[in-house]
Ligand binder design. Structure first.
Ligand SMILES: Cc1cc2nc3c(=O)[nH]c(=O)nc-3n(C[C@H](O)[C@H](O)[C@H](O)COP(=O)(O)O)c2cc1C
Length: 148
C-alpha cells in the first residue's frame, strides 16, 4: 500500500474568482500535479478555497510552498496533515465551484456547513469529511474539454 501525506488547507481568494480564473488554476495544477504524483480536490465557495492535496512528502512540501506564496489567495491555514492511503486515486485535481452547484439536493446537507477556518479548526475532521463527500459528486473530468 502506498503511503502518502494528505494535507488539507483553507484560504481566502484575494478577489472573487470567475470561471476563467478558476480554470487557469486547475489547468496548471493538473499539469504540475501529474508530474509530481499529487492528487486531490479543490473546492471554492464564498471567495474561499478548501483544498486537499496528497502525495509523496517532498512533492507536497514543494507544491505547498509555491501555492502558499500565490498572491491570488491569502490567510492560508493548514487544517490537517496526516499520513495515510491515497484517497483521490488518479485525480490530478478534482474541482467543484460550490457557488454554482447545479443540484442543491445533492449538496444540501454539506452546504449547511460553515465554510470558514474557525469552524474547521474547531471541528478538525469536518473539512476532510467535506472533501470526501465531494469525491463522490465532483467531476474529475471537469477539464476534459480544455487542453491541458
Ligand atoms: C487555491 C489555489 C490552489 C492551487 N493548487 C495548485 C496545485 O494543486 N498544484 C499546483 O501545481 N499549483 C497550484 N496552484 C498554483 C500555484 O500557486 C502556482 O501558480 C503554480 O504551481 C505555478 O506553476 P508553474 O510554475 O508551472 O507556472 C494553486 C493556486 C491557488 C490560488
Amino acid at each position: 500500500m502506498e503511503e502518502v501525506i494528505t494535507l488539507t488547507y483553507w484560504s481566502r481568494a484575494t478577489n472573487p474568482m470567475g470561471d476563467d480564473e478558476l480554470l487557469d488554476i486547475l489547468r496548471v495544477s493538473r499539469r504540475n500535479n501529474a508530474r509530481r504524483g499529487l492528487t486531490g480536490l479543490l473546492l471554492y465557495r464564498d471567495q474561499c478555497f478548501l483544498q486537499v492535496l496528497e502525495g509523496p512528502e517532498r512533492e507536497i512540501e514543494a507544491a505547498i510552498k509555491t501555492i502558499e506564496a500565490d498572491p491570488r489567495h491569502h490567510s492560508f491555514r493548514t487544517l490537517c496533515r496526516e499520513v495515510g492511503e491515497r484517497q483521490f486515486g488518479t485525480w490530478q485535481m478534482g474541482f467543484e465551484n460550490l457557488d454554482s452547484m447545479a443540484d442543491p439536493a445533492e449538496t444540501s446537507n454539506i452546504m449547511k456547513l460553515q465554510f470558514d477556518p474557525e469552524y474547521f479548526g474547531a471541528n478538525p475532521t469536518t473539512a476532510q469529511t467535506l472533501v470526501l463527500c465531494f469525491r463522490g459528486i465532483a467531476d474529475p473530468s471537469v477539464l476534459a474539454s480544455v487542453a491541458r
